[in-house]
Design a binder for this molecule. Structure first.
Ligand code: B12
Length: 213
């Protein structure tokens, strides 16, 4: 079996020893494979989610999966990060109201920062009003909303509506990301872009910051 398939399977089985060993081996051999390894880990998380839905895994397993994914990201980080020398602009990032998942958001945060982007991170379960207030206080024109629960899409829409009501929509670019996000969700929410991997997120964000500058 190839390393990435082993990783996905071990992540799904929550086999920490195999996950860590395989990741360390991949990074020693070629750190350029880090983003592929992360995708493999993410697929493993989908297996965990599926088993949780079937009732074969319980909440404790989700918690353990979250911890394991965090350890995985720590190992992969040197291979995921960019090598920016100067700051190119500022964005707001958060997990939207009602959603407490932050592993994906934190990955996006690290990679944006490593690409020279200043990140104002409001954390998890962030109400729309708090986002609007921070945009005004920090003079922010790029907003990145994360969420993995289906209900997060409603909170994202509520957030975009609040930004529109505050008369900030015309001068703000909004991207949404996380497991339930896709083209139709982006249209429903009223965002400008969507992504489920940090590299594309960074690429779009850098383009937007250049336009604004
Ligand atoms: C770990 C986990 C947890 C942990 C989270 C720990 C933490 N600190 O985040 C804990 C145990 C807390 C948890 C709790 C719950 N969870 Co949970 N959880 C998961 C699990 C297994 C993995 C999530 C994860 O970290 N994935 C890995 C990361 C790296 O992927 P990601 O978030 O998608 O992020 C990537 C991209 O999407 C993108 N990205 C992320 N953010 C952004 C933002 C922007 C702007 C962009 C552009 C890109 C981007 O980049 C990231 C890196 O590539 C998922 C299953 C799954 N398939 O995802 C279920 C899952 C999300 N959970 C689920 C559920 C039901 C729950 C609970 C309701 C369980 C319960 N009964 O209490 C609670 C909800 C709590 C709440 N209100 O939020 C369901 C959601 C179902 C749904 N459709 O709504 C899932 C899908 C499992 C399932 N199949 O049933 N969970």
């Amino acid at each position: 079996m190839r390393d990435f398939e082993i990783l996905t399977q071990a992540m799904g089985e929550l086999d920490e020893d195999v996950v860590i060993e395989t990741l360390q081996q991949i990074m020693e051999e070629d750190s350029g494979q880090a983003s592929k390894a992360m995708e493999a880990c993410q697929k493993g998380m989908d297996i965990v989610g599926g088993l949780f839905e079937k009732g074969e895994y319980f909440i404790g397993d989700l918690i353990y999966a979250g911890e394991l994914m965090t350890k995985a990201v720590d190992i992969l980080k040197p291979g995921l990060a960019g090598d920016a020398a100067e700051t190119v602009g500022k964005v707001l990032l958060c997990t939207v109201e009602g959603d407490l998942h932050d592993i994906g958001k934190n990955i996006v945060h690290s990679i944006l920062e490593a690409s020279g982007i200043e990140v104002v991170d409001l954390g998890i379960d962030t109400p729309a009003e708090k986002i609007v207030d921070a945009m005004k206080a920090e003079d922010i024109h790029v907003v990145l909303l994360s969420g993995v629960l289906t209900l997060a899409l409603d909170s994202m829409k509520k957030t975009v509506d609040a930004i529109t009501e505050a008369n900030l929509r015309d001068t703000t670019k909004i991207m949404i990301g996380g497991a339930p996000v896709h083209e139709d969700a982006m249209k429903m929410v009223g965002a400008d872009a969507w992504a489920t991997n940090p590299q594309l997120t960074t690429q779009i964000t850098l383009e937007w910051l250049k336009e604004i500058a």
